[in-house]
Design a protein around this ligand. Sequence first.
Ligand code: SAH
Length: 397
Amino acid sequence: MATLPAAVLKDGREKSLLARHPWIYSGAIERAPDLPPGASVDVHAADGTWLARAAYSPASQIRARVWSFDPAEAIDADFFRRRVDAAVARRHAMFDAAHDAARIVHAESDGMPGVIADRYGDVVVVQLLSAGADAHRATIVDALSAATGASVIVERSDAEVRTLEGLEPVSGVIAGTLPARLAIREQGLVYRIDVLTGQKTGFYLDQRDNRRLVREHAAGRRVLNAFCYTGGFTLAALAGGAQSVLSIDSSAAALGLGRSSLAMNPAIAALPAQWKDADVFAELRALRNAGATFDLIVLDPPKFAPTAAHAQRAASAYKDINLLALKLLVPGGLLATFSCSGGISAEFFRKIVAGAAVDARTDATLVATLGASADHPLTLAFPEGEYLKGMLLRKAD
Ligand code: SAH
């Protein structure tokens, strides 16, 4: 194997790498040569011990991201082929007659920092979000194409985090032709998705298990789905026998897809579903002032705190909506509440909602602790991967 340029860490800064954490912050590096974005480097401890092989990112605070902890492993086309094949193979059980969509590569958790890939039937949507991922674009796309046999590959590298890596947003169809109307199957339900202009890569795949949970608890209930996006939880609740569902979002495009998704599911298409284009904060207040009540509420807001620096302001936003939701629930009603903020820990989120219950003059029991579904695995060495936290709560009688 050809020798790679070496980055040497400051004394004592090797600890996180020895614990297999894949990020090397700029402040941990004693010296590194001038390297182009995404170049492979060997990372050494101050005493010269080899630690890892990583992608260098000169513009980022996260100066390098580990590709491999194995000194014998070269970062070449075979490497990406092996990693992608393994990641895809781990998800085999998530595809069946009722499901044709799941995340197939989940970045650090699959040993590929900065690489996300979601499979929607015959379409794979890839996000290359780090300098290292960007530098190996063609190789990664080839590996995804070979591992899945998908006929269409779309890129959605337009997430905010790319700017932290000094990268421009990139999106568009890389291979094949996108069908004019794309739909997927989850839990036997058909959902329309827009992979080119939708949020994330088009669908919140991470909520699959939680949509099933809501479906299981929906029978006979009047449901409020706040921050509904394209109605993932809405269709799930209707399929579970909900009496009615009110879905609120501020994106007219998302609501439009939700409506047409519902129309594509004959068994539930005629059930009482109302879609409202509104600000959830204002609408929850308006519902409360009007004396409305619900038996089951889903609160799945966008990330109010992308990093810990936003945590305090985000906390008051989370408290506000959870307080209102708890007031809108009937005694014994259920609240499925989520935070996808990297800057808010599960423990802090629970404290915020506990505070909301106190202010709503009620109490709640934790029926279940929720997280992202199995296609978004969490590796113990990388706690930052735990971005989605949720709770299913039962309001006191
Ligand atoms: N639960 C959804 C995903 C929700 S993502 C699913 O399972 O698919 C968060 C949603 O909140 C986005 O659709 C976004 O348009 C919406 N949103 C963000 N801020 C909002 C606000 N203040 N009022 C209403 N909707 C908002």
